[in-house]
Design a protein around this ligand. Structure first.
Ligand code: MN
Length: 294
């Protein structure tokens, strides 16, 4: 029998250029699902001519950024010298660790964009690791009944996504053009979140609409749900983190002092973060640190 999930509604926020972002993690009800500590749903949005997504140079520490592209084309550039276009069906994984800077831009303005951007918190022993960037153009993909499944992270149904993560986790996309039932196998040591990217989902007798998240604590080994025609579901899961991480702006850490140091380093233009070649003019300023005396 399916357990009763916790229903979490994301918060809409406008980040300019007509761009709608729906944030499902962190929320007041739930800060993390396994190491997944941030979940933004971008679009779908049809940018008018002359407009697109343009995010200037900004730093990260203590996390991996994880981009799952559904529609559109986005150019990622970073302080390691990476310049990578991500296209539908692909994943970008950027490990910030000790520090990295990146930019994200629509490849062409006036395009449609639909994506999920997530952050994965690094555990204390990996939080300060060297930065890295990986692009995954081909992911394990198969048909399961009425849905096309894409493995985004971890291991599922005998498939393996080869990226290195620092804590046990899973990520899966299920797309059902015609609709139907879907049975998912779950690792009972993981907590899970089922986020509706498109359409709607019926689970445990309740309907979840687009941009709603159903949270399940560890325990179940399988789950049956129903997807309406045209629905797309994002499953994220992982071993519960021993304690929630601290998050401020684009920084994730285990101690306020580490985040305060990163904040000062960014404000001072410290070489710790490097720079995105030729993009000094679009450097984002950080908000003031919320802690005094650190
Ligand atoms: Mn970023």
């Amino acid at each position: 029998m399916n357990p009763t999930p916790q229903r979490i509604a994301g918060r809409a926020s406008d980040i300019g250029e007509g761009m709608t972002v729906l944030r499902a993690l962190p929320t007041r009800q739930r800060r993390m699902i396994g190491a997944w500590c941030f979940l933004d749903h971008l679009g779908p949005v049809d940018f008018p001519a002359g407009h697109g997504m343009h995010v200037g140079a900004h730093p990260h520490i203590g996390l991996q950024t994880f981009t799952w592209l559904i529609e559109g084309e986005v150019l990622h550039r970073d302080s390691l010298g990476s310049a990578q276009v991500i296209r539908p069906g692909q994943v970008n994984l950027m490990t910030a660790g000790h520090g990295i800077v990146h930019t994200e831009d629509s490849l062409a303005d006036g395009q449609r964009l639909h994506a999920a951007q997530l952050w994965i918190a690094l555990p204390p022993e990996a939080a300060d690791c060297p930065p890295d960037f990986e692009h995954y153009p081909d992911l394990p993909r198969w048909t399961d009944g009425a849905a096309t499944m894409t493995l985004l992270a971890g291991t599922y149904a005998g498939q393996h996504m080869p990226a290195r993560f620092h804590t046990p986790l899973v990520g899966l996309d299920a797309h059902s053009p015609s609709g139907g039932n879907l049975r998912l196998t779950l690792d009972p040591s993981f907590e899970h979140g089922l986020f509706v990217l498109a359409g709607d989902m019926q689970l445990a007798g309740e309907t979840y609409a687009r941009d709603e998240l159903a949270y399940l604590p560890p325990g179940p080994t399988e789950l049956t749900l129903h997807l309406a025609a045209g629905s797309r579901l994002l499953l994220v899961g992982g071993e519960p983190f021993p304690e929630p991480v601290l998050m401020f702006w684009n920084f994730v850490g285990h101690h306020k002092a580490d985040i305060a140091t990163a904040w000062r380093d960014w404000e001072a233009g410290d070489p710790r973060f490097g720079r995105v070649e030729g993009d000094e003019g679009r450097r984002l300023a950080s908000p003031p640190l919320p802690w005094v005396g650190i």
